[in-house]
Design a protein around this ligand. Structure first.
Ligand code: UT7
Length: 325
């Protein structure tokens, strides 16, 4: 049993089809929905998103991200004894997307399950993997966030359909004698279920309810800025650190204005915040590992640096993880 878990590899994957705001605005205009690049950039910071082809599922995106993370960690799939996929867009009702990814990787025999915490899913999954490694239940884990959120969008609702995209990110988390993950903090408050949800379900061979994304954007925005700050501060306190110790804030990539607010509350300059929302929009559980992998591969984030990962999403759920890379 090791006292710590540590990220030893990262990977990510975006589907090929990229739509700029102008591309999306032109497509929406054909069905009478009016939006613009200016509006989307000003209110969200998003400039483009990727949409998966109809035959591509979360497991396909997660598999590609996982493959790259394994390569970066210098591991083979057979070395992995735990796979957790954070997703709200699983391939099937069951089995889990994690089992489908496991089969494609050839990591047969490892534990594999999905975590459903919407946009906080990666933070939840990373915390669960860390706890399992620290108790000796696992030693080498793949933690994946994978989403095809485009499948949940109502393209007649301009207040939501311009915000989201598809993608996946992954990390390899290994047992370690030196500190990687220092502390985490998870929360949920189910009284806010209705402000961000896809209120449909399968019953008797039919989809009942309305299986497209509904969001009260203003309510989500207001809650998000408060709880992200609380989670970040609680995590710092647990680790005996202060905000000024943070080298990089890696927030959920939903809206640049939420990120500005999170950084301001922690008194961190924006050049310590990893921002990729402009490139892929809100990819829910995939957004944090996508941002992390981009910053690691570009050399922005360096080994040993202190990172604050923080997420917030439907449920309402939120949380943060403080770690040394
Ligand atoms: O993972 C968590 C996921 N969710 C979030 O992070 C969302 C958090 N919330 C937000 O990011 C923001 O609330 C939004 C980006 C969704 C909306 O920004 P806002 O500044 O709260 O805009 P608003 O809803 O107050 O809308 C302002 C105006 C409205 O027009 P009127 O009533 O002022 O005439 C909207 O109808 O903007 C209009 N509008 C649009 N215009 C062009 C709304 N969506 C669009 C659009 N294009 N796509």
């Amino acid at each position: 049993m090791s006292p710590y878990s540590r990220i030893t590899g990262t990977g990510s994957f975006l589907p090929e089809r990229r739509l700029t705001n102008a591309d999306l605005a032109a497509e929406l205009a054909a069905s009478g929905v009016v939006t613009s690049d200016d509006w989307i950039v000003e209110r969200t910071g998003i400039r483009a998103r990727h949409f998966a082809a109809p035959s591509v599922c979360s497991s396909d995106l997660g598999f590609e991200a996982a493959r790259k993370a394994l390569q970066a960690a210098n591991l083979q799939a057979q070395d992995i004894d735990l796979i957790i996929v954070a997703t709200s867009t699983p391939d099937m009702v069951f089995p889990s997307t994690a089992c489908i990814v496991q089969n494609r990787l050839g990591a047969h025999g490892s534990a594999a399950f999905d975590v459903q915490a919407v946009c906080s899913g990666f933070i939840y999954a990373l915390t669960v993997a860390d706890a399992m490694i620290k108790t000796g239940a696992a030693s080498k884990a793949l933690v994946i966030g994978a989403e095809v959120f485009s499948r949940l969008l109502d393209f007649k609702d301009r207040t939501t359909c311009v915000l989201f995209g598809d993608g996946a990110g992954a990390v390899v988390l290994e047992a370690s004698d030196t500190p990687g993950i220092l502390a985490s903090d998870l929360h949920a408050d189910g009284k806010h279920v209705g402000i961000l949800c896809v209120p449909g379900h399968v019953s008797g061979g039919k989809v009942l309810g309305d299986p497209v994304l509904k969001m009260d954007g203003k309510a989500v925005f207001k809650l998000a800025v408060g709880v992200l700050d609380e989670a970040a501060r609680a995590t710092l306190a647990k680790a005996g650190k202060v905000a000024a110790d943070i080298d990089w804030l890696v927030p959920h990539q939903a809206n640049i204005r939420i990120m500005h607010s999170a950084a301001k509350k922690l008194k961190l300059p924006m050049d310590k915040v990893v921002v990729t929302v402009d490139q892929h929009g809100n990819t829910s559980a995939a957004s944090i590992p996508l941002a992390l992998d981009g910053a690691v591969r570009s050399g922005k984030i360096k080994p040993g640096q202190l990172l604050m990962l923080e997420g917030v999403g439907g449920g309402f759920t939120w949380g943060a993880v403080l770690l040394h890379l």
